[in-house]
Design a protein around this ligand. Sequence first.
Ligand code: CAA
Length: 447
Amino acid sequence: MTAVGIDAIEIWTGKLMLDLPNTFAPVKGDDPEKYTKGLGLYASSFPDTYEDIVTMGANAAKQLMDRQDLKPTDIGRIDVATESAFDHSKPVSTYIAGCLEQVYEGDFRHANKGERKFACVAGTQSIDDAYNWIQAGRNRGRAALVIATDTALYARGDPGEATQGAGAVAMLIDEDPSVVELSTEQGYGSMDETDFLKPNQQFPSVDGKRSMQVYLARMREALEDFESVAWDTHPDDFAYIPFHTPFPGMVRKAGLLGFRHMIRDTEIEDELEGEIGRQPREPDFETREDYEAAIRDHMDDLKRTDRYRAWYDATIDPTLELSSTVGNWYTGSVHIARTSALRHAAETGVDLVGSKLLVGSYGSGAQAEIHAETVQDGWKDEIQGLNIDDQLDARYDLSWSEYELVHDVHEYDKETDIDVEEFTPPSEEFVFTGWGRMNERRYEYVE
Ligand code: CAA
């Protein structure tokens, strides 16, 4: 079977930032450590007044096309994953293609364009679609452009407000990829759930605590499903495990659950037996409640062991570095986690070629997907070419009143003047310029 996977990655962050411990926490009257230690978040990225899902997606895609020296006819498919779309009919990919056609010779006339929706898992689903299209031999030698782009804003005062974020990840999916090859094997955990949804509304209705339970339950099912078609996973099989990261604290919980699952009946469980005992087994308990209480106690003990801490620090923590300073990018979030891990490996001189990643995606509503990836020869060059650190350093640090203004500008139903002064001067990028006669959004490239 042909090797298919991610050949190139580019990231575009919203150009503003909200400092959570220093700006957000004092206004909310909270201890800053609720954010830094509890949720694991230091800052969130925000879109400037002229940015939206189209500009961020088009800017990430342009960076990718420039760095890979691609022309529009090299691309046979453009899929945009988003849960922030502003149009029920015309897909965001057409807007992004229109932007790119302003600056490149040629066009995307013969590319198949679409938009994928399943909350945050849609970015991974778009990669699946591209993978299947290439494996089916329908790509005519062309690559697929997958763009995950979101303005993950919550209503002001919602508990989710601390986990907001905005940015885009563009990925080129191709044969003989440079970054990672995707496994054919996949696992799913999917159920009709009412945990986080946007029924014809911009900001989500969220049952926050329940959404965390649903995330963990679906992720566990997806792992079991993956193992049923792949192999019984072991913690040492993977260099990194990037998870969908609504906030790092969520991934701390997922990592612990995954570790407990993977070590059952292994030499690691034997090794830890003297220290914390063996994992509780359900048949040994009279009621489900007793079993669950015993599992909770065991997990508390497990997370304090050196064996777990060392694994977590090496395998999970590096996936969270970017998320902790950009917040939740919904569809882009798991792809930020993968990039964060690879960036960490490049910075610390880890040789990853041939190593495996286990990637856990999740979308509310709800579905988790798990697959493995094998790191390819060109990963380091690709990752070292990213300019994400420069972008993060250049973000404008919002005061509280500026944050409120920007939030209002991006609220569709609020009458705000789109000429509200921008915070950062746009340069060599696509910007939103206003609405056309059919209420379409309009964009132009600023030199
Ligand atoms: N020092 C250290 N830690 C502290 C602290 C302090 N001073 N104060 C609180 N904490 C800890 C809490 O103990 C808690 O940690 P644990 O869960 O490990 O106990 C953590 O900080 C958060 O505190 P709260 O639970 O009190 O926070 P909250 O209720 O205000 O909000 C939330 C948490 C419900 C997750 C909220 O942020 C939310 O609704 N977020 C949006 C929904 C979401 O992201 N869900 C995740 C799963 S769904 C998904 O993944 C899809 C998606 O992208 C949306």
